[in-house]
Ligand binder design. Structure first.
Ligand code: URA
Length: 240
């Protein structure tokens, strides 16, 4: 406010006070001061964002910020999910980071072959499991440097995105590819060997577990159990 405006305002207030005093209401300042104080109200509001997650530290926040800086593209997911099947992997690799799409590197080529085989063999008659018809996502949405394993605080920071995707997609079956997706969504530690073959639940969805395609590339002996798990997926998809 300019100095001149302030002078005008002070003058107007003084005049108003004098006018009120002339009407027998006394000095308003004195009247106001004599009034009992209004009871103090407290507004309480739950603000979960104000609570830091357990074990959070400033260093962890800094690391997370840097992690999203080291990526080229975030990789949210691909597909429509219209057939009610969601595949969940671990984290984008170099090729996924370059293209912003999950499973487009070597592991992705293998996943595509498996989807194609499911279609060719008509494992789910009348239902296409193309990349477009299903939804494919990862636990982490950014590539960890040097393709290292996701760290617990990264999973904690990124997994709410996956949870929101699943809540929106409302899949019939979720197929976890590898340990990180499986442990996160099953909600318990375990090995893939120990978890595969069981129908877990994630809300209304059936949740199944298999080896990661990258594990199949490293050890081709995993290809057969993965194919069996895809047949299991088809059976569970078709049953109630
Ligand atoms: N491995 C994954 O888990 N996800 C990808 O998107 C690619 C490789």
């Amino acid at each position: 406010m300019a100095g001149a405006e302030l002078v005008v305002l002070v003058r107007a207030v003084r005049l108003a006070l004098e006018r009120e005093a002339g009407r027998g209401r006394g000095d308003l300042w004195t009247v106001a001061a004599a009034e009992p104080a209004r009871p103090r109200k407290e507004a309480s509001m739950t603000r979960p964002e104000l609570l830091s997650p357990p074990h959070d530290t400033l260093e962890i926040v800094a690391k997370e910020v840097r992690l999203s800086e080291t990526r080229t593209h975030a990789v949210p997911g691909v597909g429509t999910g219209r057939v009610g099947i969601v595949f969940v992997g671990e984290a984008p690799g170099a090729e996924e980071d370059r293209r912003g799409e999950p499973f487009v590197g070597r592991a992705g080529e293998l996943l595509n072959k498996m989807l194609l085989a499911m279609d060719e063999k008509q494992l789910i008659p009348g239902v296409s499991v193309s990349r477009e018809a299903v939804y494919i996502a990862n636990v982490l949405k950014c590539r960890p440097p040097e393709n290292r394993n996701p760290l617990p605080h990264e999973v904690e920071a990124c997994s709410p995105y996956l949870m929101r995707q699943l809540a929106l997609l409302k899949p019939r079956v979720i197929f976890c590819l590898g340990k990180f997706a499986a442990e996160l969504l099953v909600g318990a530690k375990g090995t893939i060997g120990g978890m595969r073959g069981t129908v877990f639940r994630y809300g209304d969805a059936k949740l199944l577990v298999t080896y990661h395609p990258a594990a199949c590339l490293r050890n081709p002996a995993y290809k057969r159990p993965v194919w069996e798990d895809m047949q299991f997926l088809a059976r569970e998809y078709l049953s109630d």
